[in-house]
Design a protein around this ligand. Structure first.
Ligand SMILES: Nc1ncnc2c1ncn2[C@@H]1O[C@H](COP(=O)(O)OP(=O)(O)OP(=O)(O)O)[C@@H](O)[C@H]1O
Length: 669
């Protein structure tokens, strides 16, 4: 029995959902009832303030307060003092908190993801036990990564785990943690079931004014024997129930990635697809998979001793996998296919209970998936479809090893026997090369153009703002945006709490999401943001990818991310599905110069204004041979394979009349 007494949990009826783990230690504040866990790993700001008797009352009162009147409160308040005593000092720690200073490949994807299940586990076939490898450069990029950021939910940095509570952060290797001295708390959170009524299941937001402009996007498909694209849902020849569900979801027209991916998947081909944020990649893989499952006549049965899902979908964060599950549930509504979601930060027994009720499509975060497999709660023999959403993230050093373990699990069909589908808005070359291990050699690569990967429906602005002026600028911007739903991205978990608190003090109704918050708090925060109760969400990169939230009009990069790909994902939280949005980024020349060149490329590719000062910085920090990750090409990402034929078309044209290839020739041969 591991840390979580899941067997007992299965037989015992639950007393209640929402069982807080640290009830005593929580303080709750503000009208929305949001809470901050004092014992969480984010020891910085909160513990400093909590521990001392001099904690200002207004801090407690204002945190997550509701109401919004951005008066001229100025900045000469308690937080000014904190600038030097707490936050700014702390922010240096913060930077170490989550990250190595390496800004390259090893940090791709930002600082947070969901490796863990909230408890530390030892032993077992797929135990979380990992060897901390201190060195890099052994030739295998996967070997130099950390295992799971365990404990409280976040990615703690490569090979390291932050031990808090001593007043300053110290570093500890994972191997030490494995010895058992950092036992995570037992996770008891049971997420509330999603609403079951049809209206809620099919609730959707409207496509935007630029939805039809998708028709002018260039698409390139490379590989042999490419199935022709379809132009309408009817051409996909899906069964009636699926068609009904598509109609109820409000889909009348295919997006480009759907036009190309659906026939490829229906033809049984492996594929890697890169398409801009918010352009419908989820339905692009769900619909053909469900169509095949319906054709093959599978039925979920709670009476099977061992559940053997036909489809496994993995994604890097809990909130994203939950969203994918809701899409799967929507499209499979009224069919015999049952989708299940399991993710970390929730009670393991709850995950198992969901599975044993019947599971055809298993949506999972990697940590929880490997746990369930190690406990032999699912069999893998029937897996016909394996989907990696945010595939570049799933294959990087953070999750890649977990994914490698997954495909070599006992019973898992080989890549020749299953269909593997990789989707993302970004796909760096080095990750594409790693992906070969997962895909059949004749996989197809679909690149749905949007220059540099940033969505053109997002109006991008970059402002030069030094570290010390950022808060003032943030408030100034929020004063002008009224109640617009805004996501504010910061680089560290502690800073997320700090800025959320600061904004609440400024009477901006704000909540925050990051990996040190309990899962219940994360879901509450997202819920409050989604429904507009808190129109501002301060987030770390844990919310950068995939989240599809109605009416996010605005993304602010309070801190720029370390990679340009992460920037593309973050700003993609707005301007989705033909809607327009705005992104404002604070560029601090003290820390962000390494991004200048890539930013100039992304901005100019998306036909945005490029500030002269940014061009100057880019020029002065010029790195020869830079192509902006996989950029330097009209497509977000290009197929790195050589000698594969490719065709690019306007996506309305199928493959019959290829448009002139706008791609520089050396990239496509
Ligand atoms: N054909 C369609 N017609 C109308 N709405 C659609 C269509 N396809 C997808 N959508 C909607 O567009 C929104 C964005 O889709 P989705 O989340 O799949 O984008 P994505 O490409 O996966 O984005 P990201 O790269 O950020 O993960 C969703 O609300 C989805 O329901």
């Amino acid at each position: 029995m591991g840390d979580e007494d899941w067997e007992a949990e299965i037989v015992k009826p639950h007393v209640s959902s929402y069982v807080p783990v640290f009830e005593k230690d929580k303080f709750s504040s503000g009208a929305n009832g949001d809470t901050i866990n004092r014992t969480s790993a984010s020891s910085g700001m909160y513990q400093e303030l909590d521990d001392g008797p001099a904690q200002p009352d207004h801090f407690r009162r204002s945190h997550f307060a509701s109401g919004r009147s951005l008066g001229n409160r100025g900045f000469s308040n308690k937080f000014e003092e904190d600038d030097t005593s707490g936050f700014l000092k702390g922010s240096n720690n913060d930077c170490e908190d989550n990250q190595t200073q390496n800004r390259g490949f090893s940090r791709r994807g930002g600082n947070e993801c969901d490796h863990d299940d909230g408890v530390q586990r030892v032993g077992g076939l797929f135990s979380s036990k990992r060897t901390a490898v201190s060195g890099t450069g052994n030739g295998d990029p996967y070997h130099s990564r950390s295992g799971s950021g365990r404990g409280r939910g976040g990615y703690k940095g490569l090979n390291e785990e932050v031990i808090t509570g001593s007043g300053k952060n110290s570093w500890k290797s994972e191997a030490e943690g494995e010895a058992g001295d950092i036992q995570g708390p037992k996770v008891t959170y049971i997420p509330p079931p999603p609403p079951e009524d049809e209206d809620s299941i099919f609730a959707h937001y409207q496509t935007g004014i630029n939805f039809d402009k998708y028709d002018t996007i260039l698409v390139e498909v490379s590989g042999h024997d490419v199935p022709p694209a379809i132009l309408t849902f009817e051409e996909a020849n899906l069964c009636q129930t699926l068609n009904n569900n598509i109609a109820k979801a409000g889909y009348t027209k295919l997006t480009p990635v759907q036009k190309y991916s659906i026939p490829i998947i229906l033809a049984g081909r492996d594929m890697m697809a890169c398409a801009q944020t918010g352009s419908g990649k989820t339905a692009a893989f769900l619909l053909p998979i469900l169509a095949h499952m319906m054709r093959d006549g599978i039925t979920a049965s709670r009476f099977k001793e061992l559940q053997e899902p036909e489809c496994i979908i993995v994604a890097p964060t809990r909130e994203l996998i939950n969203q994918i599950y809701l899409e799967a549930r929507k499209f499979s509504y009224g069919t015999c296919v049952r989708a299940v979601v399991i993710y970390g930060g929730t009670q393991l027994g709850h995950s198992i209970r969901q599975i044993v009720q019947g599971c055809n499509v298993l949506c999972a975060t990697p940590g929880r998936l490997m746990d369930i497999i190690s406990k032999e709660k699912i069999g893998l023999k029937q897996v016909k479809y394996l989907v990696l959403d945010e595939a570049d993230r799933m294959l990087d050093m953070g999750f890649g090893p977990e994914m490698k373990k997954l495909i070599s699990c006992p019973g898992m069909p080989t890549k020749e026997q299953r269909q593997t589908l990789l989707f993302s808005a970004t796909f760096p070359e080095e990750i594409q090369r790693l992906a070969g291990e997962f895909l059949k050699s004749d996989y197809l690569f679909v690149a749905v153009g949007q220059v540099g990967g940033a969505c053109r429906d997002v109006q991008q602005t970059v402002l030069q703002v030094g570290q010390y002026s950022k808060r003032e600028k943030l408030v100034e911007i929020l004063q002008n945006t009224g109640d617009e739903r805004t996501m504010v991205f910061v680089e560290t978990k502690k800073k997320a709490d700090f800025i959320a608190t600061f904004l609440c003090q400024e009477k901006v109704s704000t909540t925050s999401i990051h990996g040190d918050r309990e899962q219940r708090e994360r879901e509450q925060a997202l819920g409050d943001f989604r429904c507009g109760k808190c129109p501002v969400l301060v987030a770390t990169s844990v919310a950068a990818r995939g989240l599809d939230i109605e009416n996010v009009q605005h993304v602010i990069n309070f801190d720029l991310p370390s990679t340009i790909d992460e920037y593309v994902h973050r700003i993609g939280r707005t301007g989705r599905c033909g809607n327009t949005g705005r992104a404002i980024s604070f560029f601090d020349p003290e820390s962000d110069n390494h991004l200048a060149q890539a930013l100039v490329k992304v901005l100019s590719d998306a036909q945005q204004d490029v500030p002269a000062w940014l061009e100057e910085i880019a020029f002065s920090t010029y790195v020869s041979g830079f192509s902006g990750s996989t950029r330097g090409n009209v497509f977000a990402s290009v197929d790195t394979r050589k000698n594969y034929p490719s065709k690019s078309t306007l996506n309305t044209a199928g493959f019959s009349s290829p448009a002139p290839n706008p791609v520089d020739e050396e990239s496509w041969d």
